[in-house]
Design a protein around this ligand. Structure first.
Ligand code: AMP
Length: 200
């Protein structure tokens, strides 16, 4: 099974992706973790991306896609995986389509977390970089950047929304049960054109 996990920063997406991957016996592929590993072990790639990551910017698609392509070619990814943090841009969606085909993903799991609930939860965690303002800004950036991706995968009928508020175990179970249900029907080309803002 090839899955993609999407969710706002702080919603527990990485934790859930790792847990679900463990339950399904497939690797959890997080581009953020891969980059951090390169930085901490001091590879050439790590040196290149260090300052980009510190600035909170995106690593250029070319670099990210090359790294992901190699990872997907590893033998353990042959029977499926959970992608976490990739694709993040429309260019990366196109690159992923090129690697595994437009019908390559089985499901896109979207962790739904209400903004106010997220702010409350992260403030309770008490980390220095978690002020209400930064949390709300990260949420806004996430929504702006992810919305176009959700539209693409929504049109393909791949999205399953899962309530991301609750106990960790409970959320894992919700995701696993959502994965057992059928995907919705992909939109027809006409529906996509009618719903778009492209002038005809
Ligand atoms: P994350 O742990 O997923 O939040 O990723 C941490 C950092 O790694 C991001 O802020 C980016 O600098 C970089 N990164 C991770 N995934 C990507 C991606 N798909 N495209 C570009 N940059 C990424």
């Amino acid at each position: 099974m090839r899955l993609l996990f999407v969710g706002p920063p702080g919603a527990g997406k990485g934790t859930q992706a790792a847990r679900v991957a463990g339950r399904l016996g497939i690797p959890h592929i997080s581009t953020g973790d891969m980059f951090r590993h390169h930085v901490s072990t001091g590879t050439e790639l790590g040196k290149l991306v260090d300052s980009i990551m510190k600035a909170g910017e995106y690593v250029p698609d070319e670099i990210t896609v090359a790294m992901l392509r190699e990872r997907l070619n590893e033998p353990d990814a042959a029977d499926g995986y959970i992608l976490d943090g990739f694709p993040r841009t429309e260019g990366q969606v196109a690159a992923l389509d090129g690697l595994i085909g437009e019908d390559g993903l089985d499901t896109v799991v979207v962790l739904e977390v209400d903004e106010d609930a997220l702010v409350e939860r992260l403030l309770a965690r008490g980390r220095a970089d978690d002020t209400e303002e930064t949390i709300r800004n990260r949420f806004k950036v996430y929504q702006e950047q992810t919305a176009p991706l959700l539209e693409i995968y929504g049109d393909r009928g791949l999205i399953k929304e899962v309530d991301g508020i609750g106990e960790v175990d409970e959320i894992t179970d919700r995701i696993l049960s959502a994965l057992e249900t059928q995907n919705s029907q992909p939109k027809t080309q006409n529906e996509i054109i009618e719903g778009s803002e492209i002038p005809r």
